[in-house]
Design a protein around this ligand. Structure first.
Ligand SMILES: C[S@@+](CC[C@H](N)C(=O)[O-])C[C@H]1O[C@@H](n2cnc3c(N)ncnc32)[C@H](O)[C@@H]1O
Length: 265
């Protein structure tokens, strides 16, 4: 029997991954920065950005903590991070590697990372181990099953095709070990690892350029896998990309669930 393929599906080595980070930042950085502000990030804080992807959140954290603070940005593939910026960059696997600088961080944040990671419990334990007593963990993850549609308004064949292809991408993610119901479990998961003052909220965008561009980059990124798995054919992928380009789909995403809790002490 062959072992399951749990490699990260949306590989950072591809140019489309960089495009995705641009549009994820456009869609979600305002939400993330709002939570980080409310948790009290300020001058002198030590922050760890896990699975950072692109540079926008590490840059925002570095601005918030100033020269007396410290921001560590890690990823299994940190290719899109700037090693010369005001944050430290480290190649780090949140499942396989131990917490860097354990017990020292005021804030540990991961957005859209754990949903892709097969051993989510281990990843959470590593992040908690990095917190100082009283430090905050902020986890943000999609709950794709909560709102699985690409088009809420399934008014014609283009919208139906978009929803069919979204199901196909979700199927690929599931085969790679993603948990598409993970977002809703976050408050419980944070309490289970011993955090206190746990709260959560959700957000999802409907329509607009950033949703369109993110969808086009994602479809191009996984196109070969969709074809190889027999989950889509060239004609429908081309038609979908043309419909996105025409701006007629009002695409949406799964809700982003943001949950936070504090290490006691
Ligand atoms: C969907 S992207 C999200 C990027 C960024 N956090 C954001 O919200 O824009 C997921 C990121 O997690 C990283 N990643 C996946 N598995 C990982 C692991 N085991 N350890 C660390 N990073 C991982 C990927 O390389 C990718 O950069």
């Amino acid at each position: 029997m062959t072992s399951p393929d749990h490699r990260y599906l949306l590989d950072n080595a591809r140019v489309e991954a960089g495009e995705r980070f641009t549009w994820l930042a456009e869609l979600f950085d305002g939400v993330t920065r709002g939570h980080v502000d409310r948790l009290g990030a300020r001058t002198g804080w030590r922050c760890w950005e896990v699975g950072a992807g692109g540079p926008s959140i590490p840059e925002a954290l570095a601005t918030a903590v100033g020269p007396t603070g410290h921001v560590l940005a890690t990823d299994i593939n940190p290719a899109w991070l700037d090693p010369h910026a005001d944050y430290e960059v480290l190649r780090h696997d949140i499942v396989a590697d131990p917490a860097p600088q354990p017990g020292t961080f005021d804030l540990v944040h991961a957005r859209l990372v754990l949903v892709h990671v097969p051993d989510r419990a281990q990843a959470l334990a590593t992040m908690v181990a990095a917190l100082r007593p009283g430090g905050w963990l902020l986890i943000e993850d999609a709950d794709t099953e909560l709102q699985p549609l690409a088009c809420l308004d399934e008014v014609g064949p283009a919208q139906q095709r978009a929803n069919r292809l979204r199901r196909a991408v979700r199927e690929l993610m599931t085969r790679r070990g993603a948990d598409l119901r993970f977002g809703r479990t976050l408050p419980r998961a944070l309490r289970a690892v011993g955090l206190v003052d746990v709260s959560a909220s959700g957000f999802f965008p409907v329509g607009g350029l950033a949703c369109d561009r993110l969808e086009a980059a994602t479809v191009r990124l996984v196109r070969a896998e969709l074809l190889a798995a027999g989950l889509a054919d060239d004609a429908e992928l081309d038609a979908h990309l043309a419909a996105i380009e025409a701006g007629e789909l009002d695409l949406t995403l799964a809700p982003l669930i943001s949950a936070w809790g504090r290490r006691p002490g």
